[in-house]
Design a protein around this ligand. Sequence first.
Ligand code: GDP
Length: 314
Amino acid sequence: MAAVLALSGGIGGAKLALGLARVLGPGELTVVANTGDDFEHLGLSISPDLDTLMYTLAGLDNPATGWGRRDETWTFMSALGQLGGETWFRLGDGDLAVHVERTRRLRAGETLTAITEDFRKRLGIGARLMPMSDDPVRTRVNTAEGWLDFQEYFVHRQCAPIVTGFEFAGAAAARAQPDILRILRQPDLRAVVICPSNPFISVEPILAVPGLRAAIAACAAPVVAVSPIIGGRAVKGPTAKMMVELGLTCTAATVAARYADLLDGYVVDAEDARSLDGRDVVVTPAAILMTSLADRERLARAVLDAADALRRHP
Ligand code: GDP
């Protein structure tokens, strides 16, 4: 039962993480979540990518939004608004329970890893889910208007300010979650999968945790990424907008270049495969747009097949 390690942000990454969880046996998959989006709001510790992954893997996700819980109610938010409280970050009533309980347990001295592990078991999730680090890392966005905290940029300002760069505050002092390093040292590790997440704000914060990038580069398994860009466009979210603002071309190749030191395989849409000619990576064309559950499972199998082929013929 060789392990598979997947790196993921929120919505795009969680789609593939769900596919992997469904095609792999129980206990085979470990999903590492970006915690650069985490923040403290209304006195609560909020971990948006961990929660999107948790709800998706538990079948509790809201298919309409991609974030939050399905069948959510909003009594808390409307009561808060009536009192003049901050309502720009939407917290549904059921979702609120996660933040309240997580915050209480963090304050009592538990680690984010231990809390996440307990939540996922209680929600019946077979895959392991863990934060990249138990130490705080906070993504900040440099914009034409100056530095903004991530959620200020992403949710409050809806990604409108023009981006000029990023920093991952706290990353230099953060310790990688030790189980991730342990998994990366396994000689029979089957694959490391970089999910189709935003490279700048979902994957690079994970890779910024000291030791993680080097451990991925040195691991025995093939490292395979799935492009979040299809035919020069992002499926959702600000990935394409950021690329343009940073002076990069919006292509699958641009994403591959950010992981060039890590990648053995790259799964892309057929129309993008040619643009990767000449790169030092094995390209696998596949249907990488995940609309249905069957799409997620099919892509997960394609990624694992690509990794297995690389293991046999490195
Ligand atoms: P966030 O943390 O919620 O922003 O989510 P991620 O960073 O994990 O995912 C955002 C990325 O997912 C965007 O760049 C999208 O283009 C990509 N994405 C969303 N859905 C799909 C899909 O079905 N297929 C692929 N290949 N990429 C997707």
